[in-house]
Write a protein that binds this ligand. Structure first.
Ligand SMILES: Cc1ncc(COP(=O)(O)O)c(C=O)c1O
Length: 378
């Protein structure tokens, strides 16, 4: 089936008891059993829930995986995936990943004997030469917030040579634009909070895998740790994915127009958007994704400039998060990337003047007019 058809139908059949076309919210904690060991495949709702399962099947189809597990947040999905490595093993991570990912790895999981090394993953050959041995390679592409591009197929080959896993956080692109499993990745992670749900009204995460053994382990962890996506949130994300193929082209078209508008304004020092032909890695991105998305960062020089713009916008909302139909604008240094130290941010180039915008589905003229007025305050 085509992608849009899968968005609407994959994993979802009419409810067998009523014919309801929409998967019901199975808001139950347990299931009545007929006798010892005699049940309908559902015993306890931490372990199995039909609404969550429908979403897992839907997302498996969209990413072209074997199976998926949905968790209570993107970070819960990340934490679950990291249980694929053991104490004493090394994890290599692309630099300038989401600040929460950096925090989980360096402040929490590093306490359990896993070593994390953050490297520039935009040059796969260089990473291969310098990274040493590792059990898992974790990347974002484009990276958050500087939109560095990592070559998924080349990094999959680097990981394979070490018998290591390649995990791609595909939150920024969504499977509409980029499908890392087809390029050689072993696991794809999403914060479903973002484009997959698309309406800024749910927190959730998913890990989609290729290998059956990884699916079995992640299901085991999902039940053992219990950080499950609730039935209601699963239902919301299912409703969100139905329109993914409609929303993403609109996000991208608006993103393209906003990126070009920002680039022409003399008060904006630099615009980071993978769609510009001179953006580093543009050709790699074109090869591995079918669009550039609507995540843009831009530099206003210093914190005061950023603050003035962020106070002056009216239609764009100053808020953490991304991927909703409404445009959100944020300040990475104090919001999404506050978990990095100042020195780490300086080394990466996440300056105090950097602003990140997740361009929504409003009328592009209205967004451009809002940003144009706000830039006058900078
Ligand atoms: C790229 C990326 N990955 C993961 C996460 C974490 O997701 P959540 O907030 O659903 O836990 C975020 C959150 O902003 C993100 O931007």
């Amino acid at each position: 089936m085509g992608f849009a058809t899968d968005c609407i139908h994959a994993g979802q059949e009419p409810d067998p008891t009523t014919g309801a076309i929409i998967t019901p919210i199975f808001q139950t904690s347990t299931y009545v059993q007929e006798g010892i060991g005699k049940h309908k495949g559902y015993e306890y709702a931490r372990t199995q829930n039909p609404t969550r399962r429908a979403l897992e099947k839907n997302l498996t189809a969209l990413e072209g995986g074997t199976d998926a597990c949905c968790y209570a947040s993107g970070m819960a999905a990340t934490q679950a995936v990291l249980t694929l490595v053991k104490a004493g093993e090394r994890v290599v991570v692309s630099d300038n990943v989401y600040g929460g990912t950096h925090r989980l790895f360096t402040k929490v999981l590093a306490r359990y004997g896993v070593e994390f090394a953050f490297v520039d993953a935009s040059d796969a050959a260089e990473l291969d030469r310098r990274a040493g041995d590792f059990a898992l390679l974790w990347i974002e592409t484009p990276t958050n917030p500087l939109m560095k591009i990592c070559d998924i197929a080349a990094l999959a080959a680097v990981a394979r040579r070490r018998r290591a896993l390649l995990v791609v956080d595909n939150t920024f692109m969504s499977p509409f634009f980029q499908r890392p499993l087809a390029l050689g990745a072993d696991v794809v992670v999403h914060s479903t909070t973002k484009f997959l749900n698309g309406h800024s009204d749910s927190i959730g995460g998913v890990a989609i895998v290729k290998e059956r053994a990884h699916a079995e382990w992640l299901q085991y962890v999902q039940n053992a740790g219990g950080a499950i996506l609730s039935p209601f949130d699963s239902w919301l994300v299912l409703r969100g994915t139905k329109t993914l193929a409609l929303r993403m082209p609109r996000h991208e078209e608006n993103g393209r127009r906003v990126a070009h508008f920002l680039r022409e304004d003399p008060r904006v020092r630099k615009v980071y958007w993978p769609g510009f032909p001179d953006h580093p890695g543009h050709e790699v991105h074109r090869r591995q994704a079918s669009g550039f998305g609507s995540m843009i960062s831009f530099d206003l020089g210093d914190r005061d400039g950023a603050d003035r713009l962020l106070r002056a916008v009216r239609l764009c909302s100053l808020a953490e998060s991304l991927g909703g139909i409404e445009t959100l604008i944020s300040h990475p240094a104090t919001m999404t990337h506050a978990g990095y130290t100042q020195a780490e941010r300086d080394a990466l180039g996440i300056g105090d003047g950097l602003v990140r915008i997740s361009v929504g589905c409003e009328d592009a003229e209205d967004l451009i007019s809002d940003l144009g007025s706000a830039l006058k305050a900078v």
